[in-house]
Ligand binder design. Structure first.
Ligand code: ZN
Length: 189
């Protein structure tokens, strides 16, 4: 159902290595532990991405990472640009997630959230038919500012949005609520 992933669609500039200070390390550890709670088929292959708000940017999984096996330092970047900037500036070994603009935009319009998690669910078609959750009006190509804007608009002040024919995005103040939400959606028959 999803389009084929062909890398990031934004220009990017690597500033330097990401220094794994205690805050970065602690935040990355928390994200890795949270992902371990998810069923394997929710975080299959290189689909999906996760991020956390930092004081001076966001910590996000790198492009091409497997959420099932995130490791430090390779799979984490700190992004210090805004969603609207032409070039995404980052610290880290690898390019930030292709959906970095979506994560950045959500943090900028939602001061109440500290984490974003995007996954592809095997039962997405069923979830769409049930029509219980906010869903983007049409399919939009991954990694674009259009998808980011539509996701931000559709989610409103809620904690979940279905990205039509693609996947889901959950946001919140704590990682537990995000993984709980995903498990709940995965259980929909
Ligand atoms: Zn996706």
């Amino acid at each position: 159902m999803s389009e084929i992933h062909s890398g990031v669609k934004f220009k990017h500039l690597r500033i330097a290595e990401l220094e794994f200070n205690s805050i970065i390390k602690h935040t990355a550890d928390k994200m890795i532990s949270a992902l371990e709670e998810l069923p394997d088929d929710c975080i299959d292959g290189i689909a999906g991405n996760i991020s956390a708000r930092l004081d001076d940017g966001i910590l996000v999984s790198s492009s091409g990472s497997c959420l099932k096996q995130l490791s430090q330092p390779d799979n984490f970047c700190k992004v210090v640009s805004t969603a609207e900037e032409m070039q995404i500036r980052y610290y880290g070994m690898n390019v930030p997630s292709s959906e970095s603009k979506m994560h950045l935009l959500l943090y900028s319009v939602r001061s109440d959230i500290d984490f974003c998690l995007h996954v592809h669910l095997p039962n997405i078609a069923r979830i769409q038919i049930l029509d219980r959750y906010p869903i983007t009006a049409k399919f939009l190509s991954y990694g674009t500012i259009d998808l980011a804007k539509e996701a931000a608009r559709t989610i409103g002040s809620g904690d979940i949005v279905i990205l039509r024919d693609h996947g889901i995005l959950v946001v919140g103040k704590d990682l537990k609520s995000l993984t709980r939400r995903i498990k709940q959606l995965r259980n929909i028959q």
